[in-house]
Ligand binder design. Structure first.
Ligand code: SF4
Length: 148
Protein backbone atom coordinates (compact mmCIF):
# COMPACT_ATOMS: atom_id res chain seq x y z
CA UNK A 1 0.00 0.00 0.00
CA UNK A 2 2.83 2.39 0.93
CA UNK A 3 4.58 1.51 -2.36
CA UNK A 4 1.40 2.24 -4.32
CA UNK A 5 1.04 5.64 -2.69
CA UNK A 6 4.68 6.42 -3.47
CA UNK A 7 4.19 5.36 -7.09
CA UNK A 8 1.06 7.52 -7.41
CA UNK A 9 2.96 10.49 -5.96
CA UNK A 10 5.84 9.93 -8.39
CA UNK A 11 3.52 9.72 -11.39
CA UNK A 12 1.72 12.86 -10.30
CA UNK A 13 5.01 14.74 -9.95
CA UNK A 14 6.29 13.52 -13.33
CA UNK A 15 3.07 14.60 -15.05
CA UNK A 16 3.49 18.10 -13.66
CA UNK A 17 7.18 18.31 -14.51
CA UNK A 18 8.55 21.07 -16.66
CA UNK A 19 10.07 19.32 -19.70
CA UNK A 20 12.90 21.81 -19.91
CA UNK A 21 13.95 20.93 -16.36
CA UNK A 22 15.12 17.46 -17.37
CA UNK A 23 18.82 17.63 -18.11
CA UNK A 24 19.85 14.63 -20.16
CA UNK A 25 23.50 13.77 -20.64
CA UNK A 26 24.77 13.00 -24.14
CA UNK A 27 23.83 9.47 -25.02
CA UNK A 28 23.30 7.28 -28.05
CA UNK A 29 22.71 3.54 -28.04
CA UNK A 30 25.74 1.71 -29.48
CA UNK A 31 23.87 -1.61 -29.69
CA UNK A 32 26.25 -3.49 -27.40
CA UNK A 33 23.39 -5.44 -25.79
CA UNK A 34 24.99 -5.25 -22.36
CA UNK A 35 21.77 -3.97 -20.79
CA UNK A 36 20.03 -7.19 -21.89
CA UNK A 37 22.42 -9.58 -20.12
CA UNK A 38 23.98 -10.01 -16.69
CA UNK A 39 23.22 -11.60 -13.39
CA UNK A 40 21.74 -8.44 -11.89
CA UNK A 41 20.06 -7.07 -15.01
CA UNK A 42 16.41 -7.67 -14.34
CA UNK A 43 14.03 -6.21 -16.91
CA UNK A 44 11.15 -4.96 -14.79
CA UNK A 45 7.84 -4.71 -16.60
CA UNK A 46 4.34 -3.60 -15.79
CA UNK A 47 1.88 -6.48 -15.94
CA UNK A 48 -0.26 -4.56 -18.44
CA UNK A 49 2.61 -4.01 -20.89
CA UNK A 50 3.66 -7.67 -20.57
CA UNK A 51 0.05 -8.65 -21.27
CA UNK A 52 -0.01 -6.47 -24.40
CA UNK A 53 3.27 -7.96 -25.56
CA UNK A 54 2.05 -11.51 -24.96
CA UNK A 55 -1.05 -10.75 -27.03
CA UNK A 56 1.06 -9.41 -29.89
CA UNK A 57 3.16 -12.58 -29.71
CA UNK A 58 0.20 -14.90 -29.26
CA UNK A 59 1.56 -16.51 -26.10
CA UNK A 60 0.47 -16.73 -22.48
CA UNK A 61 1.72 -13.76 -20.45
CA UNK A 62 3.31 -16.11 -17.90
CA UNK A 63 5.45 -17.61 -20.65
CA UNK A 64 7.32 -14.31 -20.87
CA UNK A 65 7.31 -12.97 -17.29
CA UNK A 66 8.08 -14.21 -13.80
CA UNK A 67 7.89 -12.61 -10.35
CA UNK A 68 10.74 -10.23 -9.65
CA UNK A 69 13.15 -12.15 -7.38
CA UNK A 70 13.86 -8.91 -5.54
CA UNK A 71 11.58 -8.50 -2.52
CA UNK A 72 10.79 -6.02 0.21
CA UNK A 73 9.67 -7.68 3.45
CA UNK A 74 9.09 -10.89 1.51
CA UNK A 75 6.86 -9.21 -1.09
CA UNK A 76 7.98 -9.57 -4.73
CA UNK A 77 8.50 -6.24 -6.51
CA UNK A 78 6.29 -6.85 -9.50
CA UNK A 79 7.35 -8.71 -12.62
CA UNK A 80 10.42 -9.16 -14.78
CA UNK A 81 10.90 -10.61 -18.26
CA UNK A 82 11.95 -14.25 -18.08
CA UNK A 83 15.65 -15.00 -18.35
CA UNK A 84 17.81 -17.83 -19.58
CA UNK A 85 21.50 -18.14 -18.74
CA UNK A 86 21.38 -14.67 -17.20
CA UNK A 87 20.06 -13.18 -20.45
CA UNK A 88 16.67 -11.73 -21.30
CA UNK A 89 14.77 -14.41 -23.26
CA UNK A 90 14.33 -11.93 -26.09
CA UNK A 91 18.02 -11.21 -26.54
CA UNK A 92 19.45 -12.82 -29.65
CA UNK A 93 23.03 -13.42 -28.51
CA UNK A 94 24.18 -14.48 -31.98
CA UNK A 95 23.24 -11.17 -33.58
CA UNK A 96 23.46 -9.13 -30.39
CA UNK A 97 19.95 -7.83 -31.02
CA UNK A 98 16.55 -7.61 -29.33
CA UNK A 99 14.06 -9.94 -31.03
CA UNK A 100 11.10 -7.76 -30.01
CA UNK A 101 12.72 -4.37 -30.56
CA UNK A 102 9.58 -2.66 -31.90
CA UNK A 103 7.57 -3.87 -28.91
CA UNK A 104 10.26 -3.77 -26.22
CA UNK A 105 9.19 -2.73 -22.70
CA UNK A 106 9.34 0.86 -21.44
CA UNK A 107 12.39 0.21 -19.28
CA UNK A 108 14.33 -0.91 -22.37
CA UNK A 109 13.29 2.24 -24.23
CA UNK A 110 14.45 4.59 -21.48
CA UNK A 111 17.62 2.80 -20.30
CA UNK A 112 20.13 4.08 -19.10
CA UNK A 113 17.81 6.73 -17.67
CA UNK A 114 15.32 6.22 -14.88
CA UNK A 115 13.31 8.61 -12.76
CA UNK A 116 13.70 8.12 -9.04
CA UNK A 117 12.22 9.75 -5.98
CA UNK A 118 14.73 11.32 -3.60
CA UNK A 119 13.82 13.33 -0.54
CA UNK A 120 10.44 14.19 -1.97
CA UNK A 121 11.85 15.25 -5.35
CA UNK A 122 12.13 13.54 -8.71
CA UNK A 123 15.70 12.81 -9.75
CA UNK A 124 17.03 11.47 -13.04
CA UNK A 125 19.24 8.43 -12.44
CA UNK A 126 21.76 7.46 -15.07
CA UNK A 127 23.07 3.91 -15.15
CA UNK A 128 26.36 2.66 -16.51
CA UNK A 129 26.19 2.44 -20.30
CA UNK A 130 28.66 2.43 -23.20
CA UNK A 131 26.44 4.90 -25.06
CA UNK A 132 26.97 7.71 -22.55
CA UNK A 133 29.04 10.55 -23.92
CA UNK A 134 27.96 9.91 -27.52
CA UNK A 135 25.99 12.41 -29.53
CA UNK A 136 22.68 13.05 -27.83
CA UNK A 137 19.86 11.40 -29.73
CA UNK A 138 17.24 11.70 -26.99
CA UNK A 139 15.22 14.86 -26.59
CA UNK A 140 13.75 15.77 -23.21
CA UNK A 141 10.31 15.61 -24.85
CA UNK A 142 10.66 12.04 -26.10
CA UNK A 143 12.19 10.86 -22.83
CA UNK A 144 9.47 12.49 -20.79
CA UNK A 145 6.81 10.91 -22.98
CA UNK A 146 8.35 7.48 -22.34
CA UNK A 147 8.86 8.00 -18.62
CA UNK A 148 5.27 9.07 -18.03
S1 SF4 B 1 13.32 -6.90 -24.26
FE1 SF4 B 1 14.87 -6.58 -25.82
S2 SF4 B 1 15.88 -4.63 -25.27
FE2 SF4 B 1 14.76 -5.37 -23.45
S3 SF4 B 1 16.28 -6.53 -22.28
FE3 SF4 B 1 15.15 -7.99 -23.59
S4 SF4 B 1 16.42 -8.16 -25.43
FE4 SF4 B 1 17.09 -6.31 -24.35
Amino acid sequence: MENLKLLERMLQTVRQMDVASIEIPDWKCVGCGECCVGEENFVRVFYTEAKRLSEVMGVDVHDIIEPNPQTISGVHLGWILRREDNKCIFFDGGRGRCRIYQNRPIVCRTYPFMLDFEEGRIALRVFECRGLGNRNSTSPHSLKRLLK
